[in-house]
Design a protein around this ligand. Sequence first.
Ligand code: RUB
Length: 315
Amino acid sequence: MKNNFPETPEYRELKTVMKKIRNLTIQGATSVAIFGVRAFAQHAETVPLKGQELREHLEAVVEHLSNVRVTEPALRNGLRYVMTCIQLDGKENAMAHGKKYIDLINDAKLKIFKIGAERIQDGSRVFTHCHSSITVGIFLEAAKQGKDFEVINTETRPLFQGRKTARRLLENKIRVTHVVDSAMRWAMNVFNPHMIFLGADAITVEGVALNKIGSRLCALASEEEHIPLYICTSLLKFDQATSIGRLSEIEMRNPFEVWQEDFPQGIKVLNPAFETIDRKNISAYITEAGLIPPQSVHITFQRLYGKKIQDYPHF
Ligand code: RUB
């Protein structure tokens, strides 16, 4: 979706952030939500519009921002949160309201790091896929606690986010073995990890997780190899639209990420960014509310955030 926002200062940050989210300079659901909400709140506070005109304009911006990466409900929940606050309190404090949502994310992250690190023991081998700031945060916390463990990770084609994970672990002196995506079952069989930690982009009302393409293969291999799989995520990624019957959308990215040079005419290349992980393959979600089974995600989201964040207030 193209934006035709003007080149005036109050649009500058918003446009820069949208571009960085689109091209993955800002990557991972948590960062997308933090940067997106911050830019939106700053834009709302500074744009010189009022009343009905302001509301319609901000709704259009929410729509644009939400569509830059469609599988990111933590961003949508944050935009809705700020919009509701603006409706109640005016736009003058939009940035403060944006900060409150970002604080919710950051508080959740710290809790998840601690809870997740409890699962890791000396001698643990943990398998992961892609780059999730939450999963990496758990590993760093476990290392900070002096635990001696190792991680097996995938490179994550086509954009190699797994290299980011491997580098971060290495910088923090955590042992890491890096394999190509198609070796994930082989690596599980050979290294026999004690557990698999994956991040999430979205969680549905059924307790299904959506994460980087390859995650479902990872889950299927975990079933074959009898390895427990945990989804490490804040409940702020709960996709409220799934409660009213909508399906979580899966982002389809540019085929040129898969095949850049000598791209032959006539070939159809598809590049889905995410896929679902069936709840039967999820041992538990590691969340700010503790370890919870997939069936309890919806109710726990409602308990923690339901009053504050309503994606569909008029439904
Ligand atoms: C990243 C990805 C991550 C989740 C969770 O995909 O799938 O596992 O976003 O990340 P992409 P976090 O690189 O396409 O954004 O734990 O940081 O929220």
